[in-house]
Design a protein around this ligand. Structure first.
Ligand SMILES: C[S@@+](CC[C@H](N)C(=O)[O-])C[C@H]1O[C@@H](n2cnc3c(N)ncnc32)[C@H](O)[C@@H]1O
Length: 231
């Protein structure tokens, strides 16, 4: 029987197996929505906070930290894929990247430094069903005034073809020129579900933006910003 933990296991494994194809795709600018809109949307959203210390959670091969380190922001990347963390370190030898899967986020403060970050960012990296423990762990590393930014799939295009309900979906990466050996399960959540999960995890929604395709004016992502409600 396929249950939620099967999806989560397959999701985690996919990022080891797909790492070479993912690295090539991202570094060649092979994701059009990122090229035209969402990369700039998230870097500008981070810059808006002028953070001194930034935690890039699910940093992948590290492009966001490299972009923001160049602005003088001290960005520390963390990810559960050893292949992606190794690629991030090779591309940015002076940067700081840690291997730590979400399942081990009880060790987050020990790994990256307690109460030391002004901002934590997830760029398309909150893909699991049960994200509450991941978000709750952030309180141990964010300063009291620290904030959270999440860029994720916009629910509108998804809901045009499928029911608008939370649930597991599958990404086949057929749009990429590179061969991804594994399909990736990911958990779709509605806007209502994002907002309630943030609240249940001790965050308060502060803002919501919908970056658009520059020509079609269709939304390409959703960015939510939140502050800590428990301080
Ligand atoms: C779509 S990629 C985004 C990567 C990066 N944020 C970017 O913008 O290119 C999703 C990332 O989430 C990470 N991830 C998935 N499951 C994880 C887990 N259980 N623990 C930590 N990271 C995980 C993957 O390794 C991958 O780097």
């Amino acid at each position: 029987m396929v249950n939620s933990s099967n999806f989560a296991d397959r999701l985690d494994r996919s990022w080891e197996d797909n790492a070479p194809a993912w690295i090539d795709t991202v570094r060649e600018g092979g994701i059009k929505s990122r090229r035209v809109t969402t990369d700039l949307a998230i870097t500008n959203a981070v810059r808006h906070y002028s953070p001194k210390r930034l935690l890039d959670v699910g940093c992948g091969e590290g492009w966001l930290c490299r972009a923001l380190n160049a602005d003088g922001i001290h960005c520390i990347g963390i990810d559960g894929s050893s292949n992606l963390i190794e690629a991030a370190q090779v591309a940015d030898p002076n940067g700081e990247y840690h291997l730590l899967p979400y399942a081990r986020f009880d060790r987050l403060a020990e790994e990256v430094g307690a109460v030391s970050f002004d901002l934590a960012v997830f760029n398309f990296s909150l893909l699991h069903q049960d994200i509450r423990p991941i978000l709750e762990a952030l309180h141990s590393v964010l300063r009291p005034t620290g904030s959270l930014l999440i860029q994720t799939v916009h629910p509108w295009p998804v809901s045009k073809t499928e029911d608008y309900v939370d649930g597991w979906r599958t990404e086949e990466f057929t749009w990429s020129e590179h061969q991804f050996p594994q399909a990736m399960p990911w958990f779709f959540r509605t806007l209502e579900s994002w907002v309630s999960t943030l609240h249940e995890s001790g965050f308060q929604l502060r803002g919501l933006t919908e970056p658009l395709h520059p020509e079609s004016k269709k939304p390409l992502s959703l960015i939510v910003s939140a502050s800590q409600a428990r301080v």
